[in-house]
Design a protein around this ligand. Structure first.
Ligand code: GRF
Length: 199
């Protein structure tokens, strides 16, 4: 149970796919005094966050790409839920500039490679892991970074490396990287917010 007397920071989690990172964030912050996942946003009605929201009684809104672009729709929604920070957990749409201006240095993303390698437009999901496999690199990993106007170019907050061996398939690399994403994303967000907010 969260105390109402302690300042609360509200997170909106954006996801497009399975939502495993969103699930880890939800359970992690459920047990933290000051930080709460308060809203899920998705562009995909089949996303895992739709059932996750029901399970945890967290509101979910399905947005079309166009709705995301229109500040007159999304801004009041984020205000309604008192959202302080945005978290992109496998969200495949580009965040529009109006949101980046409203949330400067307050939007987190996780990317399944060691940025700046294998980042940018079109580099998501299996495309990233296949590119790593084809490159012959002996390591990959995940990157937690702040979001700015350019895809995957914001300030890097954290990277975890994994070894890549010749016998690993792109799927094996994806599995190993996702495991590390689940370990680092929430603690990195927590530590950034605590430092910034003096919590
Ligand atoms: C993760 O690998 C994330 O880095 C990438 O998309 C995947 C999402 O997985 N952006 P999930 O939806 O959190 O399970």
């Amino acid at each position: 149970m969260k105390s109402e007397n302690i300042k609360q920071i509200h997170l909106a989690v954006f996801a497009s796919g399975g939502g495993s990172n969103a699930r880890v964030l939800t359970t992690f912050f459920e047990n933290r005094a000051n930080i709460t996942v308060s809203l899920f946003l998705t562009n995909n009605p089949q996303s895992g966050v739709v059932t996750l929201g029901k399970e945890y009684n967290i509101p979910v809104r399905v947005l079309s790409g166009k709705t995301l672009e229109e500040s007159s729709v999304i801004a009041p929604l984020l205000k309604e839920f008192c959202i302080d920070y945005l978290v992109l957990a496998g969200f495949l749409k580009k965040i529009p500039d109006h949101l980046i201006k409203t949330y400067p240095d307050k939007i987190f993303n996780i990317h399944p490679s060691l940025l700046p390698k294998y980042g940018g437009k079109g580099m998501y999901g299996h495309f990233v892991h296949e590119a790593v496999k084809n490159s012959g690199d002996d390591r990959s990993g995940c990157t937690v970074h702040l979001v700015n106007e350019e895809y995957d170019k914001g300030r890097i907050l954290h990277q975890t490396e994994i070894p890549v061996t010749a016998d690993m398939s792109a799927e094996d690399i994806a599995t190993a990287v996702l495991k590390e994403e689940h370990l680092c994303f929430a603690p990195v967000i927590e530590s950034y917010i605590r430092n910034r907010e003096g919590l």
